[in-house]
Write a protein that binds this ligand. Structure first.
Ligand SMILES: Cc1cc2nc3c(=O)[nH]c(=O)nc-3n(C[C@H](O)[C@H](O)[C@H](O)COP(=O)(O)OP(=O)(O)OC[C@H]3O[C@@H](n4cnc5c(N)ncnc54)[C@H](O)[C@@H]3O)c2cc1C
Length: 416
């Protein structure tokens, strides 16, 4: 299609033409995007995924406000309601929650279920894949294989939608900044390393909860390393809790560790770090007479907070004369390819952006440039919100770690 024809289609809005939407990456967010776009008239979806099956068993927590049915319950689900209110205006939230009420019942039922508690990641991926396949008259074609930037550039026609859901090593993020004199060397990623950490996950056969007092007292025998847990029930059994604890380590310690290992390896190689986790668990067990189900999963990971300056191809479109293959397509980053947050709220964040994008695509009268602008603005707001929240959590964690050291505490706070 010639560019002038493309522009005339675009000015008439999405509703006037059938468009192909290429969703690259079928992790939780890519699958959510595909499931949300599937019922929208005028869109045909192609989903590309390099993995042949879903094997990530780790337990993940989805925020209950994803399933909120009113602005009030959405707000109530946030611990930092003032920040939320400062960033998202009431009318905007009302529209967002209104759209979520129109999500197909099959998908809504899955969201309701997952937000009950911790859920295995591959359960989310498998159920979404099944839902997409089993819907009658499916307009989603799935292709297995690794996509390269050149592949994407070769397959898109002018006016196609490309949604990059390839995760934190995003395929397209850096390709969204034009490489010309003005932008030479321009980066599209802002990345802050928040801390190096061990993430320890296990199941516990009792319904268990742990507030900040509990976290403090259960760490009283841990002078140098603190095991700081997030605890919640599992989505399938009210009596089983999932515990995900973070232990801060130094970059040098991280260098000496594999990325994934069991509790035994930690006990043998880093006994003091292991003791912080074991002391905590021993206290849990003696207080509640429960025990761990299975083994401890431990991951050594740099916890990063990052976002894409440009979450769409808006800049490329301004230079359409450059002939860049993506300048005539509509590219969006969703999920970890757009924003990454360190304290495990990223799937929820990705789902929020996916739902907002679907909300925009479901409005046939919206102009393409308006869609790009609105999506950029929304992703930026989500970034602001998660940035403030993550910095606050990190600051509270730092304070928590020196709570018994008055001078150490004073060094961490700035009053004015
Ligand atoms: C230990 C740990 C615990 C976590 N716990 C939580 C939690 O409790 N709650 C939470 O919200 N988040 C949690 N997270 C983060 C969460 O797992 C990620 O945010 C989430 O997986 C991101 O989803 P995504 O779909 O954006 O990307 P990914 O899950 O990374 O999916 C990307 C997909 O794209 C595919 N892909 C990549 N490149 C290509 C290519 N070139 N061609 C074709 N396919 C490609 C990949 O195979 C993959 O399927 C945790 C992360 C870790 C490491």
């Amino acid at each position: 299609m010639a560019l002038n024809e493309l522009q005339s289609v675009e000015h008439s809005g999405l509703g006037q033409a059938t468009r192909r939407a290429h969703v690259i990456g079928a992790g939780p967010v890519g699958l959510m995007v595909a499931a949300l776009l599937q019922p929208i008239e005028g869109l045909s979806v192609v989903l590309y995924e390099k993995r042949a099956g879903y094997t990530r068993l780790r337990m993940v927590h989805l925020e209950p406000y994803l399933a909120a049915d009113s602005v009030e319950s959405y707000r109530d689900g946030h611990i930092d309601q003032d920040d939320l209110q400062a960033i998202f205006d009431h009318d905007g939230l009302k529209e967002i929650i209104g759209f979520r009420q129109t999500i197909e019942p099959d998908l809504k039922a899955l969201l309701d279920e997952w937000t009950l508690g911790f859920c295995p990641l591959n359960e989310i991926e498998d159920s979404l894949s099944l839902l997409i396949e089993s819907r009658p008259g499916s307009r989603v074609q799935r292709i297995t294989g690794v996509m390269s930037l050149a592949d994407v550039q070769a397959l898109v026609d002018p006016g196609d939608i490309v949604i990059d859901c390839t995760g934190r090593n995003s395929l397209l993020r850096d390709a969204l900044v034009p490489r010309d004199d003005e932008f030479e060397g321009g980066e599209n990623t802002v990345n802050l390393q928040v801390e190096c950490a061990l993430v320890v996950t296990f199941l516990y056969d009792k319904n268990y909860s742990c507030n900040e007092y509990c976290k403090y007292y259960k760490n009283s025998e841990n002078p140098n390393y603190k095991f700081i847990p997030s605890v919640s029930r599992t989505f399938y059994d009210d009596d089983v809790s999932c515990v995900t604890g973070i232990i801060r380590i130094t970059p040098d310690e991280a260098e000496l560790m594999p990325t994934q290992f069991r509790g035994e390896w930690l006990r043998e190689n880093f006994p003091e770090i292991a003791a912080s986790m074991d002391n905590f668990i021993a206290r849990m067990e003696s207080e509640t007479h429960g025990q761990i189900v299975g083994d401890l999963d431990i991951i050594s990971i740099p916890l990063n907070l990052y976002h894409a300056h440009n979450a769409t191809s808006r800049l490329l479109r301004e230079r359409v004369e450059s002939g860049h293959p993506l300048s005539t397509a509509l590219v969006f980053l969703v999920g970890d390819s757009a924003i990454g947050s360190p304290y495990f709220q990223s799937i929820s964040l990705g789902f929020e952006c996916a739902m907002y994008l679907a909300q925009l695509f479901s409005q046939p009268d919206l102009d393409i440039d308006e869609i790009l602008d609105l999506y950029e603005r929304y992703v930026y707001k989500q970034w602001m919100y998660v940035y403030i929240r993550s910095k606050l959590i990190k600051h509270h964690k730092d304070i928590f770690e020196v709570l018994d050291d008055k001078m150490g505490l004073l060094e961490l706070i700035r009053l004015y």
